[in-house]
Design a protein around this ligand. Structure first.
Ligand SMILES: NC(=O)c1ccc[n+]([C@@H]2O[C@H](COP(=O)([O-])OP(=O)(O)OC[C@H]3O[C@@H](n4cnc5c(N)ncnc54)[C@H](O)[C@@H]3O)[C@@H](O)[C@H]2O)c1
Length: 249
């Protein structure tokens, strides 16, 4: 078992899975939290094959009490938590005149409140670490551009992801210098999940990206692992756009 432990929410598939692999290679024990039991088990098996200690939790990240319970258990098991990647999130394809109040609430809960839940649970333990801790929150290019053009992410998702930027900057001030808090804003990232929108419009979408391709989970993992591990670190309270320069939004 390593000395350092990372929690990745939404770690069962997609970007979270890619980042979990990279963090394992960087020497972290892994704690994966997700709703998808089968995907969680498959990802945990892959990561254990790297020689990494992995715990999995089937849990809804928008549940405040559950976050506290899991973090207490993880700390008991691994000794300390050094890195939190608040990655779990879900798109909301509906516009203002289509969305229900319940859909607004759940989109905000899954994308934004989840970051509050997991920061609130983890920070008391990170503050006890000799080297504090690091947090990366998953925002999106939509936080900056507005979620207007894509059919998968309209205004409510953009609002939640923009809220994450305010939360990130504020927590960096409140928790520094012990805890570093940053956010990332990916553009289009192609994951193993069949994404009908990307598939149907890939050529058109790529024509608006300077680097001529959509991103991969490995592209995002490079950035996340850098923010989790770089020493010495003089970066906190920032957001990082990782989109191959997606100029046509
Ligand atoms: N793929 C992209 O183009 C892109 C771009 C910008 C930001 N993002 C963000 O990156 C993150 C990961 O997205 P992805 O593309 O890998 O999607 P994905 O759907 O493949 O992965 C998201 C993971 O989060 C989990 N999850 C969702 N709601 C949850 C909940 N309530 N509790 C626990 N787990 C939950 C899902 O089960 C899934 O495993 C999301 O926050 C997304 O908004 C993605």
């Amino acid at each position: 078992m390593s000395q350092r432990t990372a929690i990745v929410t939404g770690g069962a598939r997609g970007i979270g899975r890619g980042c979990a692999h990279d963090l394992a290679k960087a020497g972290f024990n892994l704690v994966l939290v997700d709703l998808l039991e089968d995907n969680l088990a498959a990802t945990a098996t892959e990561i254990r094959q790297l020689g990494t200690a992995v715990s999995t939790y089937v849990a809804d990240v928008s549940d405040h009490t559950l976050a506290q319970t899991i973090v207490a258990e993880v700390t008991e098991h691994f000794g300390q938590i050094n890195f939190l990647f608040n990655n779990a999130g879900r798109a909301m394809p509906k516009g203002l005149l289509e969305i229900s109040e319940a859909e607004w609430d759940s989109t905000i809960d899954i994308n934004l409140k989840s970051c509050f839940n997991w920061c609130r649970a983890v920070v008391p333990f990170m503050l006890e670490n000799e080297n504090g801790g690091r947090i990366v929150n998953m925002s999106s290019i939509n936080a900056l551009s507005g979620g207007v053009t894509s059919a998968v992410s309209k205004f409510c998702y953009a609002a939640a992801k923009a809220g994450i930027l305010g939360l990130t900057r504020s927590l960096a001030k409140e928790l520094g210098p012990s805890i570093f808090v940053n956010a990332i804003c990916p553009g289009l990232i192609k994951t193993e999940r069949p994404n009908a929108v990307i598939r149907a419009r890939e050529d058109e979408l790529v024509s608006g990206i300077v680097l001529n391709r959509v991103g991969t989970p490995s592209d995002v993992a490079q950035l996340v692992t850098f923010l989790a591990t770089t020493e010495p670190c003089f970066i906190t309270g920032q957001h990082f756009i990782i989109d191959g320069f997606q100029w046509k939004l």
